[in-house]
Design a protein around this ligand. Structure first.
Ligand code: 809
Length: 291
């Protein structure tokens, strides 16, 4: 562990953006490059403990999962005055969990095209993670972060006015990114640390790790279902078991095909759930296919 106080030397701390038993996350500006980063500070785990494995898992996973537009980017990690510190890409749009809470308060919900975009982005991120022979194992709204970008200001030449007229309203581009790689493990040598039980499929509870990629698909299905207004997911009890039997409530504001796709993602048999790749190619998600 270095005893040089790198954190305060290299970063200006703007504010706390999250806190939990995992540690605290701050929005920071790097004094050198002027860019904003999300930095998580957690107590340095006891050497050899499970939490040390998780902490190292997270850094190993980020190191392997270099750059992908649907996976939160990792920049650096170090130990400092008894803390583990990880510096990640800052996503300026909050998490999907924040959006679900706000939608509930405002009585709003995702349109079907918006829900399809969410499903497609996260499926793209999962396809990449699975292609690296890794699985995430904690997909849920709180671990999906949002980046909102206004496209570079485009002015177009409008001959009618003989001059440049500015675009009136420029829609923000939304990108969903998979974050929190603390539960990532290898498909081939799985050391499964169970994720949030609200999104956990039965086979994982039964320690059947033969189709780990489909556990991510199951969790993604429930994540999209919740974003679509399916309501708060239970941690246990009769409704928890109903869902694990494949009985998902219809989401009336979305089409039959979309509801059927979500049902297939939470199928009790992991082999019957679509892979991330087949999701991306699914006609319900391919905008072209919908014409
Ligand atoms: C609570 N919280 C809020 C945010 C900002 C969303 O607008 C956030 C981020 C991250 C993380 C994060 C999660 C897990 C591990 C490390 C980090 Cl930095 C946590 C975040 C992260 O890696 N990138 C973030 O933007």
């Amino acid at each position: 562990e270095s005893n040089i106080p790198r954190y305060h030397q290299e970063f200006l701390e703007e504010g706390l953006i999250g806190a939990g038993e995992f540690g605290s996350v701050y929005k920071c500006i790097n004094r050198l490059d002027g860019c904003v980063y999300a930095i998580k500070k957690s107590l340095k785990p006891v050497a050899g403990s499970v939490s040390e494995k998780t902490a190292l898992n997270e850094v190993y996973a980020h190191a392997v999962l270099g750059k992908h537009q649907h996976v939160v980017r990792y920049y650096s990690a170090w130990a400092e005055n008894n803390h583990m510190i990880i510096q990640n890409e800052y996503c300026n749009g909050g998490s999907l969990a924040d959006v679900i809470v706000r939608n509930k308060m405002e009585g709003r919900s995702f349109s079907e095209p918006e829900l399809r975009q969410l499903l497609l982005h996260v499926a793209e991120g999962l396809r990449y993670i699975h292609s690296m022979q890794l699985v995430h194992m904690d997909i849920k709204p709180g671990n999906i972060f949002i980046t909102k970008e206004k496209p570079m200001h485009s002015v177009n030449y409008d001959s009618a006015d003989d001059g440049f007229d500015e675009e009136e309203t420029v829609e923000e581009e939304i990108t969903y990114k998979i974050g929190d790689l603390g539960h990532v493990t290898s498909i081939n040598d799985p050391q499964v640390e169970e994720g949030d039980c609200r999104y956990l499929p039965t086979e994982i509870l039964q320690e059947n790790f033969s189709h780990l990629t489909k556990a991510d698909i199951f969790a993604l299905g429930l994540t999209v279902y919740e974003a679509g207004g399916g309501g708060e997911l239970p941690k246990n009890g009769p409704v928890w078991h109903e869902i694990r039997k494949g009985n998902l409530k219809e989401l009336p504001q979305y089409g039959r095909d979309f509801n059927d796709l979500l049902k297939s993602m939470v199928h009790p048999n992991p082999e019957s759930r679509p892979s991330a790749l087949s999701l991306i190619q699914h006609r319900v998600l391919c905008p072209v296919g919908n014409k």
